[in-house]
Ligand binder design. Structure first.
Ligand code: SF4
Length: 469
């Protein structure tokens, strides 16, 4: 049975391969389905190719800013092939399943981890047994029958044994060469030319109120041998020269992290390794950093999020800023390229909190820094707060606006403490003070291409700034 997953393109320029859909497709293939992935982010002709493929089952995997383009593609498919079963999954559908299932073009919604849910659903469709009573037995599924929506709020997560039983992500189902030639790798820095992700564990016990945490609170770790075999498989079959981990919290289990890094050290030929996310700045130490160095890690991006204690408290980030400062300095002294991200404009954050936060980040002398205004994604605790307190702006009514932009940040919340205009000005001011600093430009010449620097400076100097009142 012909089954495809389509990844729509949103306004952001993220083109990193999505492991979720690739795992789903791998499971289906193992069970006799014909599979393909069509990724609009790397191929502008993806929708036309999807139409030519004529899928009998179509999965659409969309983050919030790509939801509406995904819905438009689903409508097109339904119009051309009314019998195609259209299934939505991913972060947006997981957060708002009851809204998404109401859409006329959507037959099913998968929530959370969906490898076995999608398989169970596809098997029922293939067997012609997708009745209401049989679909009700499947976890993490919403469906429509005769115009009425059904589904349950319970979300189940895979056990470690179930995760270990999964096949490797089906990279062969996508146009990898197109991806390798187009991709901006996750994060600012790259050393390799053929870069793919791996996930060693799922879930995160931290409680950050801005995070969708699709994988749940409990960490479920994969067998270390299988992770290493997967990395070897990527090198042997796809010729990768760099790998990065997509974990939410790689160092949460220190001994396991050390074991993985030690085993990666012995892989020949050597691969570049980086952590573009998934490292808490207070959950790392000298031993881990030395093991990372030995494993050929060259770049680490820490999730610090704010340099203001008051704002961190609002985020429930519970991060020790002094520990973070020490660890950033240690990582820099060991020669890693170190980055972080900073969210500004949190509900009730004051201008003074923001300036304190930016001063903290500036004092770290990071190699890269992403400064973003808050995106109140559906399903997060902070969104509930914004809704309850009426902080969402008119712009927040359009899902297309839920993306990060350096030169054109879209304010999605407004508070008594910070107007939309003030918030946008603060983001611009912060970027200009960091990235147009001649010292930063000279330092960056060592590890960024001149093209990247000129493009970044051009964006900051001449980028189209949004008019806000
Ligand atoms: S540490 Fe990262 S993954 Fe975990 S809740 Fe916070 S932002 Fe989300």
């Amino acid at each position: 049975m012909k089954t495809a997953i389509y990844i729509p393109r949103g306004q952001d320029d993220n083109t990193t391969p999505s492991l979720g859909p690739l795992y789903l497709l791998a499971v289906l293939e193992k069970n006799g389905f014909e599979i393909r992935l069509f990724d609009e982010r790397i191929d502008g002709a993806a929708l036309d190719k999807l139409i030519s493929f004529k899928p009998e089952i179509l999965g659409v995997s969309a983050v919030t800013p790509a939801f509406l383009p995904g819905l438009a593609a689903a409508c097109k498919i339904k119009q051309l092939f009314p019998g195609t079963a259209v299934v939505f999954g991913g972060a947006h559908a997981t957060a708002l399943p009851k809204e998404v299932i109401k859409e006329a073009a959507v037959d099913y919604v998968l929530t959370g981890e969906s490898e076995y849910t999608f398989l169970a659903l596809c098997k029922k469709i293939r067997a012609g047994e997708a009745s209401q009573s049989s679909l009700s037995e499947i976890n993490n599924l919403y469906f429509k029958k005769e115009g009425r929506a059904f589904g349950s709020d319970r979300t189940c997560y895979l056990t470690e044994a179930e995760i270990d039983a999964l096949p490797y992500p089906a990279f062969h189902a996508m146009d990898l060469e197109k991806y390798f030639s187009n991709t901006q790798a996750h994060g600012l820095f790259r050393r390799g030319k053929r870069i793919l992700p791996v996930m060693s564990a799922r879930g995160c016990p931290s409680q950050c109120t801005f995070c969708q945490r699709m994988m749940g609170e409990k960490i479920r770790a994969r067998n270390v041998g299988s992770i290493i075999s997967e990395i070897r498989h990527l090198a042997e079959n796809y010729g990768i020269d760099e790998v990065y981990f997509e974990d939410d919290n790689f160092t949460a289990q220190k001994n396991r992290a050390l074991e993985i890094l030690e085993k990666i050290s012995s892989i020949e030929p050597r691969l570049y390794l980086k952590f573009a996310n998934g490292i808490r700045a207070d959950l790392i130490d000298g031993e881990l950093l030395k093991a990372m160095k030995k494993a050929n890690v060259y770049s680490i991006s820490f999730g610090i999020e704010s340099g203001s204690k008051a704002t961190l408290k609002k985020m429930k980030k519970n991060l020790n800023l002094e520990k973070a400062r020490e660890n950033v300095a240690l990582a820099k002294s060991l020669g890693f390229l170190v980055g972080s991200n900073c969210i500004i404009g949190y509900p009730h954050e004051t201008r003074e909190d923001v300036l304190e936060s930016l001063e903290f980040f500036k004092s770290l002398k990071l190699d890269s820094m992403a400064i973003v205004n808050l995106i109140p994604y559906p399903g997060t605790e902070v969104r509930k707060l914004c809704e309850a307190e009426g902080l969402l702006t008119e712009e927040a009514g359009d899902w297309n606006n839920y993306y990060f932009s350096i030169n054109d940040p879209i304010p999605l919340i407004e508070t008594e403490q910070l107007s939309k205009k003030q918030l946008v000005e603060l983001v611009h001011k912060a970027y200009r003070s960091i990235y147009l600093d001649p010292k930063w430009i000279i330092k960056s010449l060592r590890h960024l291409t001149l093209k990247q620097i000129v493009k970044g400076a051009g964006t900051l100097l001449f980028g189209g700034e949004r008019k806000v009142n």
